[in-house]
Design a protein around this ligand. Structure first.
Ligand SMILES: Nc1nc2c(ncn2[C@@H]2O[C@H](COP(=O)(O)OP(=O)(O)OP(=O)(O)O)[C@@H](O)[C@H]2O)c(=O)[nH]1
Ligand SMILES: [Mg+2]
Length: 386
């Protein structure tokens, strides 16, 4: 009987994928094309050209945390990896991911309620899967939950997935600081039954100085709430408490669009800046910005944008401002080639992200020293240029 079969295409260039001839368009290695972990596919050329999901600085990870994660792996425990959907791109650690490669992982992508209204969860799920894959962690699409900790149905789905995947093993809930681990577990406690004679306790994890909350599931098994991976590569780490409270997202982020032309720049509060170094005469260059609305976005047209940025910070005319930025030496500067007809996100860890569609422009991104930026495919929508 005739069958309808999906023809697999490259996510970037649309070439029909093939494993026979590396010199022809759409070539991909057979094991990648057949991998059950692959949510979408890139031909080898696009993957190489695009340097997907690279990020500049990794978070610091303590020896104690690595010890705890190695212990979890030795016990064959289920790892619940919580990522905060508004900012997780540079929260991965290659040291942790090396330990966790080939481990049973359930991903909870939290704070879906903070993405713009109307965001497609199935696209976000693929984005998360791809992000994990390129960080060296294999996760099946079925084992990624996109949720908000305030949604009862999502919490029940989380509970049943944990029971389905854990077998007779313990469960370790890990992820970056403030990713929502404890909030998730507190919501879970409302629907959970303690089948043991043990109480929930917080104490030191053996052999480390890390304090964990232990939630007994039954006689032998326990869920561990593990303190977060450090955010020293995040804007959040640089801000004082009151500024942080002002720009920390608690309602859905809204898109703001700014058009840049050559010798212009966008000041993102007094914290970060994007300048357009090379334009494309035929196209206006639009930046779709996703930051808290308390972060001022100011476009400036000036040959001396760097000087202008530092001056504006010292005058306190941008909100919020990082007073510790006193000269250009206090900033890390990255170059981004906005390749032809490709839509991308520039993620500034802890602050938000900017989407653009490239036509061969060149950009410069300025962030406080040590803050990581990541270049990735679009989290919200995968518009492709024709
Ligand atoms: N809007 C929204 N906020 C959330 C959600 N989950 C957690 N939060 C908020 O995120 C913040 C951090 O949550 P926590 O649960 O303390 O994060 P954590 O991962 O346990 O943080 P550490 O223990 O420091 O590693 C809190 O202000 C929560 O209210 C969610 O699904 N949606
Ligand atoms: Mg916590």
């Amino acid at each position: 009987m005739a069958q309808i079969k999906e023809v697999k295409q490259c996510y970037n260039c649309g070439s029909i994928l093939q494993c026979d001839d590396p010199s022809q368009p759409g070539y991909i290695k057979k094991e990648l094309l057949e991998s059950e972990f692959q949510p979408f596919y890139f031909c080898e050329e696009c993957f190489r050209k695009e340097k997907y999901h690279q990020h500049s600085n990794e978070p610091d990870v303590s020896e104690d945390l690595l010890k705890l994660i190695r212990d979890a792996k030795k016990k064959n425990a289920l790892i619940v990896y919580v990522v905060n959907l508004v900012s997780f791109e540079a929260s991965f650690s290659s040291k942790i991911n090396e330990i966790l490669s080939d481990t049973n992982i359930l991903v909870v992508a939290s704070k879906f309620d903070l993405l713009p209204e109307g965001t497609d969860p199935s696209h976000v799920k693929k984005y998360v899967a791809h992000r994990f894959l390129t960080s060296g962690l294999k996760v099946k699409l079925a084992n990624i939950l996109i949720e908000s900790a305030f949604d009862d149905e999502a919490i029940r789905a989380f509970g049943s997935k944990v029971y389905e995947l854990k077998g007779d093993k313990d469960v370790y809930v890990i992820g970056a600081k403030l990713s929502g681990k404890t909030t998730l577990l507190n919501a879970f406690l409302k629907v959970y039954k303690n089948l043991s004679n043990r109480n929930i306790v917080t104490d030191r994890y053996p052999g480390t100085d890390i304090r964990v909350m232990r939630i007994p599931l039954n006689k032998n098994e326990t869920i561990y709430d593990v303190p977060g991976i450090d955010d020293n590569n995040s804007i959040l780490h640089n801000l004082d408490q009151s500024t942080l409270r002002k720009i920390y997202l608690t309602k859905p982020v809204e898109k703001r669009v700014v058009y840049l032309s050559k010798v212009s720049a966008l000041f993102i509060g007094g914290i970060a800046m994007v300048s357009l170094v090379k334009d494309n005469k035929k196209h206006r260059f639009a930046l779709s910005c996703y930051f808290h609305d308390a972060v001022d976005l100011k476009k400036v047209v000036n040959h001396k944008v760097e000087e202008g940025f530092i001056k504006a910070i010292s005058k306190g005319s941008l909100t919020p401002s990082l007073k510790s930025i006193k000269s250009i030496k206090d900033l890390d500067i990255y170059g981004v080639d906005a390749n032809d007809k490709l839509s991308r996100d520039i993620n500034i860890q802890g602050l938000g992200w900017i989407s653009y569609l490239g036509h061969g422009e060149k950009l410069r991104i300025y962030v406080p020293k040590g803050v990581s930026i990541t270049l990735s495919s679009n989290k919200i929508a995968s518009k492709k240029a024709k």
